[in-house]
Design a protein around this ligand. Sequence first.
Ligand code: FE2
Length: 178
Amino acid sequence: MVDSSFNAGEIARVIKAENLKLEYIISTHSHSDHTAGNAELRSMFNAKTVAHKLSRINLGVKVDDGDIISIGSITAKVIHTPGHTPDSICLLLDNQKLLTGDTLFVGECGRTDLAGGNSKNMYNSLFHKIMKLNDDVEVYPGHDYGSKSSSTIGEERRSNYTLEPRSLAEFIEFMRQP
Ligand SMILES: [Fe+2]
């Protein structure tokens, strides 16, 4: 399970109804709108919490860039993508699907003006990590802010205005604008 948000009850209902085993509670970053249900799910299912090593809230497994988490038959690769927060990660599932948390949305990128936000780090995360992935990788953001709930790296490369070619200085100035 990635980013419980405020939905612990609904997640628990699905896990039980589908007879699933909850092994890992993974957080893309420590903001409460992503993690509010973690404690309840951890106690209900005795699952391990997983977050980046810089996370202040994680009591469980600490991961860093390049780490691999095996979840049944799925391989999740951790990509450290600071910018929205220092502990932000994206998860690349089987080299096909990217869970982007609040780093990249459909048509947008995450805010860098909250506590711990950093536009230089966001630039490096977006342009030197996320945009290095293949165009056919599917993108699943942590919020449904765009015209649809998922996309691909190629679509975002072509149509996301935050990913237009910019120098670092231009990007920092761009992110300052309201
Ligand atoms: Fe966030």
